[in-house]
Design a protein around this ligand. Structure first.
Ligand SMILES: C[S@@+](CC[C@H](N)C(=O)[O-])C[C@H]1O[C@@H](n2cnc3c(N)ncnc32)[C@H](O)[C@@H]1O
Length: 384
């Protein structure tokens, strides 16, 4: 009951904050910076035939002006009034988990991420930008440049308005709402035979960082078990820095789905203390860690042969609960091993992304050495 009422209070506070912030914003922005040549161009047009008439009536009131596409290839766009509810409504919808899932939408902030999504063929629904030059720097597909004003997805909004909804300290002045991509299940070429399984990674920033690292290593796929945070959440997308559009990722997987997966199972496990110095004298309990629920062999990461049987299946745990009991059972059934990165100075564990980075790059080093030496190249059949 206490938990429910405290989450209710937090939500209420957020709602009050949002409304207050939007109101404050509306009264704060006195004037929209609309003195660019495009508007003059659009005003000239309006006197003959008002392009606003081509816009759906329910949207018309929030739109200051319509700018038709020009000969330089700049697409048509709508200029939002300073008090237009269009952006705020879009943001309220996307930040509400239920509505976001119903609409099957994701929010992308910043030029780089939006470009990555466009390059991967992800479909944009609305793109809000503050300055023409921000959009000019994007490489847009032809079909978006050619959209008529009445079905354009581009909206020019005041920077302050975009910043208000931005999750970053200083917004780049561009935000896009895209369709949630249907994940590309095709195997990618030139990958190392490494599958990373994320078990219980609940913190969005951590999941994003893991995806970024695994993609940078060049692993072949990432599997997210049920219980991990939502793959397409805003923070995961931001921390992933484009990994979502470059890596084969399968999400919401249950352990029985993995029955047929082949390879050498390694658990990244910090549940290991090499001597008794951390045992509480009174309780005789290891004060650092719970012990592993199932006994499995354990070794420091630099003593393991990651190429013994490929592909390597590396399982990495989350921030609070670490590795789950199901994951130990899975490893036991596959004669897996626990891999530990020895730590100094009383540090209990690394965060998931750092641990996955150390282990994946070590495995990659061994795989590259194997290829260089010409030994058993067939084992690393997918490597460059
Ligand atoms: C922050 S740690 C989890 C700590 C968690 N509170 C626990 O009790 O296990 C996140 C994950 O990173 C990996 N990890 C962290 N430090 C590690 C280490 N020293 N050796 C191997 N894996 C490690 C493990 O998979 C771990 O579950």
């Amino acid at each position: 009951m206490k938990a429910i009422s405290s989450s209710f209070t937090v939500n209420l506070r957020r709602a009050v904050f949002n409304t207050t912030a939007i109101r404050a914003f509306a009264s704060d922005v006195k004037r929209l910076d609309v003195k660019d040549s495009d508007i003059q161009r659009s005003h000239k047009k309006r006197s003959n035939e008002d392009p606003l008439n081509s816009i759906k009536p329910h949207m018309r009131s929030g739109i200051l002006s319509v700018v038709e596409k020009d000969s330089s290839g700049f697409p048509s766009y709508l200029i939002l009034k300073e008090t237009s509810p269009l952006l705020s409504q879009a943001m309220i919808d996307i930040k509400n988990k239920k509505r976001r899932q119903q609409n099957s939408s994701i929010l992308l902030e910043g030029k780089r991420l939006i470009q990555d999504a466009l390059n991967a063929g992800v479909k944009p629904k609305q793109i809000f930008f503050s300055q023409k030059r921000v959009l000019e720097n994007l490489c847009l597909p032809e079909e978006l440049r050619d959209l008529p004003a009445k079905s354009t997805i581009f909206y020019k909004a005041p920077y302050k308005m975009i910043q208000l909804f931005s999750e970053t300290e200083t917004s780049q002045g561009i935000m896009g709402i895209f369709e949630t991509p249907t994940i590309d299940h095709r195997a990618r070429k030139n990958t190392f035979p490494i599958t990373v399984i994320c078990d219980n990674i609940r913190e969005p920033g951590n999941l994003g960082a893991v995806l970024r690292t695994v993609t940078a290593v060049g692993a072949s796929q990432v599997i997210l078990m049920k219980g991990c945070t939502h793959l397409w959440g805003d923070k995961v997308l931001r921390a992933g820095c484009g990994a979502h559009f470059r890596m084969k990722i399968i999400s919401d997987v249950s352990w029985n789905f993995l029955e047929n997966i082949k390879g050498q199972v390694c658990l990244a496990d910090n549940n290991y203390v090499s001597n008794n110095s951390n045992i509480d004298e009174d309780t005789n309990v290891n004060v650092f860690r719970k012990t592993a629920p199932i006994e499995l062999p354990i070794a420091p990461y630099y003593e393991i042969d990651y190429c013994k049987t490929t592909p390597l299946i590396l399982i990495i745990g989350g921030e609070t609960h670490g590795l789950s009991d199901e994951c130990y059972e899975f490893a036991k059934s596959r004669k897996g091993i626990r891999v530990n990165i020895p730590l100094e100075n009383g540090i209990e564990s690394l965060n998931s992304a750092t641990a996955v980075g150390i282990l994946c790059f070590e495995a990659k080093k061994q795989m590259l050495n194997l290829v260089k030496s010409g030994d058993e190249v067939d084992k690393i059949e997918q490597v460059y």
